[in-house]
Design a protein around this ligand. Structure first.
Ligand code: C2O
Ligand code: CU
Length: 450
């Protein structure tokens, strides 16, 4: 459901009102069941905000929730004071108060926004939406669809399971994993298409913790962008892909099915497949018999992609903790605590021996410096590592796509990877796991660009 932006203003500046509040949504397959959720602008997921590259977006935001909140603009390389991180870039936005977000995203692409306060609860209740920055020279497509993929933990009455919110067991294991998968807040929605159409499909995984294994039937999608950054178009291997929490992918799908046929995106849960959403081809109308032959390569964004490896600042980042882990102690709030004490504080993950945010940054670099972060995942769990305000590239050999600049990378258990980027955005930026319960449980640090 692409909601047209309620945007007014000049060509250069768009104003978009956003309000967080409580509401209801029909998430479960039974149409009569309404689930109490938290929403932006009374929608689940929040509205799709669209602007053009180069435009300034002004968002007067009001908090009608019973908790303080903030909004983080995930993947957007914007000014630090608009990054939405309480205690680091702004104060929390108290209930009944407002905050004016304003920024000019440099990159075109598929991005998203979500709460960054008590995210383990507020995201589980539904506070997220998509932000699309349209290319100055867009590629030709017939439809531009956004599929927001989410995972909810719902109790027997169709309510969000509240008893498990904040459960330490989840925090120490794979995070809050749900029992209801939705696309755009619906169970197995269907979208009408016509034979011959070219669809741009933007997938966003907004789940707290679930990594989505997806596969397409009938069509062979081509990937054209990852985490908002264009790539050299490439077909998906086996028409399948993995999308970790926080990640996005833009696909091109040509509707080569016959009238009346449908194409499904399926979730893979172990051996089992389940329809996530479908494209249903109209019985009568045909748009074209031969698929389009126009360019699908997106124009590059103004991202610094030249790494100065000779003078790079190398930083080690090792991740410890979690269930079945070997962590015995870590520093929390400036004090070294044994694991029993850390458990009481619910800080069961640590980066370089520190659980949660410390006063000092993990590292501090000068603007323009090349940074290489060597991540060492010394525990039994995968982690979706996210860096704020920058996109980075895996500089090890053997990645699937040629050149991929991500903002969130899925690190395997015991995996070691090196990530390079140019630290060209001044300010204080977080690095954390996007399995939100891991972040809450201590897997978060920050660095400074001066
Ligand atoms: Cu989308 Cu700090 O995260
Ligand atoms: Cu994690």
């Amino acid at each position: 459901m692409v909601t047209p932006a309620l945007a007014v203003g000049t060509e250069q500046k768009k104003r978009y009102l956003l309000q967080a509040g409580e509401g209801f949504s029909n998430l479960v397959p039974d149409e009569d069941v309404q689930t109490a959720v938290w929403q932006y602008n009374r929608q689940t997921p929040g509205p799709v905000i669209r602007i053009k590259q180069g435009e300034t977006l002004q968002i007067p935001f009001s908090n009608k929730l019973i908790q303080p909140t903030s909004i983080h603009w995930h993947g957007l390389r914007i000014e630090n004071r608009m990054d939405g991180v309480p205690g680091i870039t702004q104060s929390v936005i108290e209930p009944g108060t407002e905050f004016l977000y304003e920024f000019t995203p440099p990159d075109a692409g598929t991005f998203w926004y979500h709460t960054h306060n008590r995210s383990w609860e507020q995201m589980a209740r539904g506070l997220h939406g998509v932000l699309i920055v349209e290319e100055k020279e867009p590629i030709v497509v017939d439809q531009d669809l956004v599929w927001v993929i989410d995972d909810w933990l719902i109790d027997r009455d169709g309510n969000i399971d509240e008893s498990s919110l904040g459960a330490l067991h989840d925090w120490a294991h794979g995070g809050r994993v749900g029992n209801l998968l939705t696309v755009n807040g619906k169970s197995q929605p269907e979208f009408p298409v016509f034979r011959g159409e070219r669809i741009r499909l933007r997938l966003v995984n907004v789940a707290n913790a679930r990594t989505m294994n997806l596969r397409f039937t009938q069509v062979s999608p081509q990937a054209i962008a990852i985490d908002g950054q264009p790539i050299v178009p490439a077909p998906l291997e086996n028409s399948a892909l993995t999308l970790a929490p926080g990640q996005r992918i833009d696909l091109i799908l040509d509707m080569t099915m016959s009238p009346g046929e449908r194409m499904a995106m399926e979730f893979y849960l172990g051996e089992e497949a389940m329809v996530a959403a479908s494209l249903v081809c109209d019985l009568y109308k045909v748009v074209r018999e031969v698929p389009l032959d126009t360019n699908i390569q997106l124009t590059k964004n103004p991202l610094s992609t030249t790494l100065d490896m000779a003078n790079a600042r190398t930083v080690d980042l090792s991740i410890e903790g979690g269930a079945m882990g070997r962590m015995r102690e870590a520093v929390f709030n400036g004090r070294k605590l044994p694991i029993q004490e850390l458990v009481k504080e619910k800080k069961i993950w640590a980066i370089n021996g520190i659980a949660g945010l410390s006063d000092e940054p993990l590292f501090s670099v000068e603007r323009g410096e090349t940074v290489v972060i060597q991540m060492d995942n010394k525990n039994r769990w995968p982690h979706a590592m996210h860096i704020h305000g920058h996109h980075f590239i895996n500089i090890d050999e053997g990645e699937g796509f040629d050149v991929v600049w991500r903002d969130t990378f899925l690190l395997n258990p015991n995996g070691k990877k090196r990530f390079g980027f140019v630290a060209d955005n001044p300010g204080k930026w977080l690095i954390h796991c996007h399995m939100i319960e891991h972040q809450a449980g201590g897997m978060v640090t920050w660095f400074e660009v001066v």
